[in-house]
Design a protein around this ligand. Sequence first.
Ligand code: NAD
Ligand code: ZN
Length: 365
Amino acid sequence: MDQKPMPEILHPEDAIVRVTRSCICGSDLHLYNGNVPDTRVGTTFGHEFTGIVEEVGSEVHKLKVGDHVLVPFNIACGKCSFCQQGLYGNCHESNPEATAVGGIFGYSHTAGGYDGGQAEYVRVPYANVSPTVIPPGMDVEDAVMLCDVVPTGYQAAEMGGIQPGDTVVVFGAGPVGIMAARCAWLFGAGRVIVIDNVDYRLEFVKNYAPAEVYNFDEIGDVVLFMKKATDWLGADVCIDAVGAEASGSIMHKLTGQALLQAGAATALHWAINSVKKGGIVSIVGVYGPTGNMVPIGNVVNKGITIRANQTGVKRLLPRLIEHVQSGVLNPKALITHRLPLEEVAEGYHIFSDKLDNCIKPVLIP
Ligand code: NAD
Ligand code: ZN
C-alpha cells in the first residue's frame, strides 16, 4: 500500500471524507485486468464508500463536519442538462472531455481521473449533490451497498421494463446480478432465472433472490436450454450483469481498441439470443468503449430493445433507502469478507479468483 498526500479542498463545493468502509466491485476488476483505457499508475481505485466528513468547502451546505455519509459512485454536478434529466451517471461537467461516461471515483482518466475511496481519505467533489447522510439506525454495511450495488441491480431490473408475470433471466451471479435478481421481483416478475458457473454464488442467489439457477458449464448450449425452458419463446427480459471479460471484448492495452475474439460465447450474446422476439435486453455489465461483437443482426431481426447505462445512483436513492430500511432488500447479506485496508491486494485476489466463497469484500481503513 502506498502513502499519498492528504487530499485537499480544491473547489468550494468539495468535501474531504475519512473513509469508514470501501468495497471492491466487479467494475474494479476491469481496471485490475487492464480493460479500461487510460488507467494510470498512482490513481487510487474505489468508488463504493462511506465516510465521516472531515472538512467542507465554503459553498457546501448539505453536509457538515462529522456527518457519516454514503457517497454514490457517480460524480455529478447536479446542474448540467444530463443531471437535470436524472442521468447522474452521464454528468457532463464532472468529465467534460469524455465521449461517454460522467465522472466516477477511482475509475481511470476516462472517467475523469478522480482518486477513489480505497484509501483513508478522499476528496468528494460536488458535495451538495450526491453524498447522502446515512439515515439513523442504518447499518454502515447496508449503506455502503447503496453506493452502487443496490442501485445498479435495481436499475438493471427497471431498464428491463419487467411486466407482471415476466420471465427474467439474469446473466452473472456477482453482487450486481444477485441484486438484479432480487429486484426483478419488485417489478412483478413471475419467474427469475440466474446463470453463472460459480456454484457457491448460484447457491447464494438461489436462496437470496430467490431464483432458479443454472451453471452454464453444465447445461450445454445455453441459448437452446433457455428456449426449451421457455416454451421455445425465449425470456421476456434478459439482464447482462457480467460485462467485458466474458464477452470477447478484451481491450488492447495501448490503443484501447477491442481485440475481437471470433466466435466467443458471451453473456451478452446469450442475453440477446435468449430473449424473445420484441423482448428487452438490459445491460449493466461494463464494457470497453468500442466493438464488443454485439450480434446486431439478431437484434434487428428479433426487434429487441436494448437498454443500458451507468447507474444514476442519486435518482434511485430515496426509494432504495426505503427498501433497505423496510427490509425488502437486505444488501449487507452479500458482504462475505471484511479486510483492513492494508490487505487490499488480498481482497482483489480473493474477489477476482472467487476464493473462499467470496461474494463482496469490504475494506475497513
Ligand atoms: P463480478 O465480477 O463479481 O460478477 C460477475 C459474475 O459473472 C461472476 O460471478 C462470473 O462468474 C459471472 N460470469 C462470467 N462470465 C459469465 C457468462 N458468460 N455468463 C454468466 N455469468 C458469467 O461483478 P459484479 O460486481 O457483480 O458486477 C457485474 C458487472 O456489472 C460488471 O461488469 C461491473 O463492471 C458492472 N457494473 C456496472 C455498473 C453500472 O453502473 N452499469 C455498476 C456496477 C457494476
Ligand atoms: Zn461498483
